[in-house]
Design a protein around this ligand. Structure first.
Ligand SMILES: *[C@@H]1O[C@H](CO)[C@@H](O)[C@H](O)[C@H]1NC(C)=O
Ligand SMILES: *[C@@H]1O[C@H](CO)[C@@H](O)[C@H](O)[C@H]1NC(C)=O
Ligand SMILES: *[C@@H]1O[C@H](CO)[C@@H](O)[C@H](O)[C@H]1NC(C)=O
Ligand SMILES: *[C@@H]1O[C@H](CO)[C@@H](O)[C@H](O)[C@H]1NC(C)=O
Ligand SMILES: *[C@@H]1O[C@H](CO)[C@@H](O)[C@H](O)[C@H]1NC(C)=O
Length: 401
């Protein structure tokens, strides 16, 4: 037989074997000494080892791997592989060994495999958040918090968080956040405290007193510069200038400054001094114990936008009886774009007669207004204002008082 013919025989042999056995096992070439022919034998499947090669008469014989041994692919080996021994330190068994799978170990929770060792997952520092949490195979991936997001903790779990949307909560943005700090919101929230009067009558009278009779163009900036504590930022000042008349701006600025600084000693001291005033206001109107109907009528007589009934109800529930009227007045002020509460109040008094209010009540209300505008109080406001802006601004003092 010449060489070419022999090859043709071989090919024929292969094709016959595959088609007749109808078997998709991978094959291997085996020289059968009995027939002196090359045979195509089936390989052994995972979980077994090769016991005997195939012959012209029967297929390959494969036996199951013994315990603690495995094979995980089709193969022609006459022995199985020994399963890896127990897992290393800081590892646990992920998959036990069986005939078809080796034992798989992995690092404990919070660690990943680096070469031979289970190392702790990286923690992302403040200003960075977790982009992909670490796995047993991979370290944590951190990323710098983009605009509008922050992370104020060192953590291997925490992603960057969105800055709190102050306006969505009806709050004022008092300090813009950055990569490491959340936005700080404050103000105007009836939700943020129980009764939550944002600016009391006394504070309002004091803040309005500080409005100069003659404005210099840079008045607001001078005031910002000289107020103690955390400065109101330029952005907020700009906003106040755009939204409010020059008469209003000082009040708005002081109100914002108070919110930003209310935990600082300087402001606490001023508020304490104002307490003198608050005590007197309480003496005048705290005892009145108005009924819900009376409160409602009183609010009706105030000019401008009205406080809805449910808000009056909410305020009366949240506040003690001696604070209810003050709370409602502050709600009215907020609703009416920070109009002067006392002016609104004076307007209301003229119309209260129609509602048959007890004389003692109307008299108490009148006394309160007179008290807040009294010379004694102006002296107090003046003293406070000088304390507040300090001695370094002689010119401001003179032009304003
Ligand atoms: C062997 O372990 C693997 C992975 O854990 C599993 O998928 C397979 O079913 C197991 N085989 C047997 C025979 O238990
Ligand atoms: C904040 O919330 C307001 C009202 O829900 C929305 O109009 C505004 O787009 C939000 N701002 C951001 C920065 O998400
Ligand atoms: C982020 O803001 C905080 C407080 O508002 C400030 O202390 C900090 O320096 C700011 N960080 C950067 C990087 O600007
Ligand atoms: C991180 O910011 C959140 C939201 O402003 C705040 O509640 C938390 O106390 C801050 N954590 C730290 C450690 O400053
Ligand atoms: C005020 O009203 C409350 C509850 O309605 C009542 O308990 C209290 O005695 C009243 N106080 C005065 C001074 O009328």
């Amino acid at each position: 037989m010449n060489k070419l013919l022999c090859c043709a025989f071989l090919l024929l042999d292969i094709s016959v074997k595959v088609t007749t056995q109808d078997n998709f096992a991978p094959k291997y070439l085996h020289y059968d000494p009995e027939t002196s022919r090359q045979l195509m034998c089936d390989q052994c499947p995972p979980g077994t080892f090769l016991k005997q090669h195939c012959t012209g008469k029967r297929p390959t014989l494969c036996d199951p791997c013994p315990a603690h041994y495995y094979t995980d692919s089709w193969h022609t080996s006459d022995e199985c592989l020994y399963c890896s021994p127990v897992c290393k330190e800081l590892q646990h068994i992920k998959q036990e060994c069986n005939g078809t799978h080796n034992r798989v170990c992995e690092c404990e929770e919070g660690r990943y495999l680096e070469v031979e060792f289970c190392l702790k997952h990286r923690s992302c520092p403040t200003g960075f958040g977790v982009l992909h949490a670490g796995t047993p195979e991979r370290n944590t991936i951190c990323k710098r918090c983009p605009d509008g997001f922050f992370s104020n903790e060192t953590s291997s779990k925490a992603p960057c968080r969105k800055h709190t949307n102050c306006s969505a909560f009806g709050l004022l943005l008092t300090q813009k956040g950055n990569a490491t700090h959340d936005n700080i919101c404050s103000g105007n929230s009836e939700l943020s405290q129980k009764c939550g009067i944002d600016v009391t009558l006394c504070e309002e009278a004091f803040f309005r007193f500080a409005v100069p009779t003659k404005f210099t163009p840079n008045w607001l900036s001078v005031l910002v510069e000289n107020l103690p504590g955390t400065k109101v930022n330029a952005e907020s000042v700009e906003r106040i200038k755009q939204r409010h008349s020059s008469q209003e701006q000082t009040f708005q600025l002081l109100k914002l400054w108070k919110h930003q600084n209310k935990d600082q000693d300087m402001v606490k001291k001023i508020i304490q001094d104002i307490d003198l005033c608050e005590d007197s206001v309480q003496r005048h109107i705290g005892h009145m114990n108005l009924t819900f109907q009376q409160l409602h009528s009183l609010m009706e007589t105030l000019p401008g936008k009205k406080i809805p009934l449910e808000e009056i109800e909410k305020a009366t529930k949240a506040c003690k009886s001696n604070e209810q009227i003050l709370k409602l007045l502050s709600l009215w002020r907020i609703k009416n774009g920070d109009q002067d509460t006392l002016k609104g109040f004076m307007h209301a008094l003229k119309h209260l007669k129609a509602y048959h209010f007890p004389k003692t009540v109307t008299q108490s209300l009148k006394k309160t207004i007179r008290f807040l505008h009294s010379f004694t109080m102006y002296r107090l406001y003046q003293k406070l204002f000088l304390e507040m802006i300090g001695n370094q601004v002689q010119s401001v003092k003179i032009s304003c008082l």
